[in-house]
Design a protein. Sequence first.
Length: 174
Amino acid sequence: MSPDDKDAPKGALEEAVSLFDELVALTGQVVASSGTPVATAILDELGDLQRRRAALGPRSPQTGAERISTERARQISAEGYDRAHDDAHENGELAWAGACYAAPARIFERRSPIGAHHHVTFRDPWPWDDDHDRRNFAADGQMVKPATAGERIRMLEKAGALIAAEIDRLLRAR
């Protein structure tokens, strides 16, 4: 048996595990958005499957798309941010929040009050109150401490999931 033959089953197993994890995450998104008692039972079963899968040990690191899908599934199942919740945000709030999470520093939007000459104000376009702001910034817009790679990845996962939610909301509204 050549070394390549030994690696083939491992590669196939990793691919199967990856597909399983993606299927669980996507199924969780679809089911959670329905909000029915049956959906809740299915989500409980999916959670059990994910725990059993985690007990099998590590697998290859997730890709960015997989991380975003997993985060979106978490937002739906753990936070209750289903399609009804998302559809209530008709003014681009999900996209704004995604952009804010994706930026390595606060994004500021230039606004000039009506009738004001030579007066420009700046505001952070975060669409909700500060209680919902999980970004790690000081009032001046700078990072409180430099973000580690893990912290930046986590913020980008949230950003991608919010953008995906906005895309889904727009597709439903067409």
